[in-house]
Write a protein that binds this ligand. Structure first.
Ligand SMILES: Cc1cc2nc3c(=O)[nH]c(=O)nc-3n(C[C@H](O)[C@H](O)[C@H](O)COP(=O)(O)O)c2cc1C
Ligand SMILES: [Mn+2]
Length: 480
């Protein structure tokens, strides 16, 4: 079943038994976050909070739109029981194709049903949640798509970065220096000391947000990627106060400018690795000039934390497919890459056609070249299903030589400051270390010394298997 927008998708989720509408009044101050977290931790449904304390009827909050694999499958218009392997394969295929967006006028853009301009702007009119106890403030942008524009080329980048309400018309946020947001700001606006127009989009169709988490290359159009998932162009509409273009069906669009000469306090926050790490620090300061929104707007929240949730699931998909392509370009004979959501992009499983020390070193080299978000990498042979963590753990335990099969690399200035195990000193210098666990058989071993895997498919001859299959029914065992 197909859908047009974030709220249409809820109809799909409803039909599939994947949505709970919470009609009881709930508090934006910690209660919605606590409920959202509890539901993630029991693999529960997407939530739509329909009545928020202190807010008029109609101002709603959602949590967990695509926080499970079945809901990601539905967002991709696949059957809800599609395997993770097939979700990855479909994602990879659709990302290859691009369908450019079309622009529509305000009359055809539901996100313009209400327009709040200039001194009328009041972010407190929206039920931004205090998600975790101990957060530095009310995070309005947790499941967003943030758009900004490169001046020289006109390219508009989409990325997902968190945003917190600072005052009624200022936001603060924390796009990392390695983000394309920072890349555009530093190349187009900072040299001219000019404010950078930005749009923080909440409640676009679900694929828009998943694509915003993806490391799509500079100068590529994310809107055209989303079009490919929808099978038709995305409708974009021009902002009221800038020439940025935003998804016309979005629930809420916050239009602002990043000030080159100001900072504002951001964090702490319960972060994607599953911890509250860090303290309040200097974030960017965004002056908000307009907010446009649909009638009865739905604010998209994710009660981020320990996996799985929308963050670890989306990152699993979008990061793995990018890594697979990167490793292939780097000369690694990759079959598949899996980013288990439980490993919050710190742990990566790489399947290869041929393994060994040289390949393991190439894998380590690729993962330490540029911006380093990962740190542990397990390389396995082709006979291991990378999507099956039982098989991966078996290979890791039985094929990785603790003396010869572990490769490290230390670096400084480019590690991930949110990685929980780094000390405050390592974080401040962005010092880090990455490791590859070579869990493949050495390719130099002659076949006769490679232990034979004692599984049904590998230790019995084709003849024995055929005999057993032929007689299967007669054994009276019901499970296939
Ligand atoms: C839930 C969630 C929140 C994120 N928040 C941030 C953030 O605050 N700052 C940041 O630099 N990256 C953040 N990321 C990672 C970026 O979304 C990711 O690196 C993406 O590729 C950014 O787009 P870009 O490649 O256009 O910079 C977040 C990812 C997720 C899934
Ligand atoms: Mn991007």
């Amino acid at each position: 079943m197909s859908y047009k927008s974030h709220r249409d998708f809820f109809e799909v989720l409803d039909k599939e038994g994947e949505l709970a509408r919470v009609k009881k009044e709930v508090n934006w101050d910690v209660e919605v976050g606590a409920i959202g977290r509890k539901v993630y931790e029991s693999s529960g449904p997407c939530l739509l909070f329909e009545k928020i304390k202190d807010y008029p009827a109609g101002f709603r909050i959602s949590n967990g739109t695509t926080g499970t694999w079945p809901r990601v499958a539905l967002a991709m218009n696949l059957p809800k029981n599609t395997s993770v392997r097939d979700i990855y394969a479909t994602y990879e295929k659709r990302l290859e194709k691009k369908i450019p967006p079309v622009t529509v006028g305000n009359a055809k853009a539901p996100c313009k049903e209400n327009i709040m301009l200039d001194d009328k702007v009041d972010l407190y009119r929206f039920p931004a949640p205090m998600i975790h106890e101990g957060d530095g403030g009310r995070y309005i942008g947790t499941w967003d798509a943030v758009i900004c524009k490169d001046l020289e080329t006109g390219w508009q980048n989409w990325g997902m970065y968190r945003f917190m309400v600072h005052t009624k018309n200022w936001l603060t946020g924390w796009p990392q220096s390695t983000s394309q947001f920072a890349f555009i700001f530093n190349r187009s606006y900072r040299p001219l000391n000019k404010p950078m127009p930005v749009a923080v989009v909440l409640g676009a169709d679900p694929m828009s947000h998943i694509i915003a988490t993806a490391p799509i290359k500079p100068f590529e159009d994310e809107a055209a990627c989303v079009g490919s998932f929808r099978g038709k162009p995305v409708d974009l509409v021009k902002c009221e106060t800038s020439d940025l273009y935003v998804p016309a069906h979005a629930e809420i669009v916050i239009e602002g400018e990043v000030m080159p000469d100001r900072i504002a306090p951001d964090g702490p926050f319960g972060e994607y690795p599953g911890y509250r790490s860090g303290t309040m620090s200097n974030g960017i300061a965004v002056k908000v000039n307009a907010v446009t929104y649909r009638n009865d707007p739905i604010l998209t929240m994710i009660a981020l934390g320990t996996p799985p949730d929308d963050s670890s699931i989306a990152a699993s998909l979008s990061a793995a497919v990018a890594m697979k392509k990167g490793l292939l370009r780097h000369g690694v004979p990759v079959t598949d890459v899996y980013v288990p959501p439980e490993g919050v992009t710190h742990l990566i499983i790489v399947g290869v056609k041929k393994g060994g020390a040289e390949i393991a070193k190439k894998v380590l080299d690729y993962f330490t070249l540029r911006r380093i978000m990962t740190n542990k990498h397990i390389v396995v042979d082709e006979d291991v299903d990378v999507f099956n963590m039982g098989e991966v753990l078996h290979a890791f335990a039985t094929r990785c030589h603790p003396g010869r099969g572990i490769f490290y690399e230390h670096y400084e200035g480019r590690s991930n400051s949110l990685t929980p195990f780094y000390s405050p000193e390592e974080r401040s210098k962005l010092k880090g270390v990455s490791v590859v666990f070579d869990s493949t058989w050495p390719p130099e071993w002659p076949p006769e010394i490679v232990p034979v895997k004692a599984s049904y498919k590998t230790i019995y001859s084709a003849e024995t298997q055929a005999y057993v299959e032929k007689n299967w029914k007669s054994y009276g065992i019901t499970k296939k």
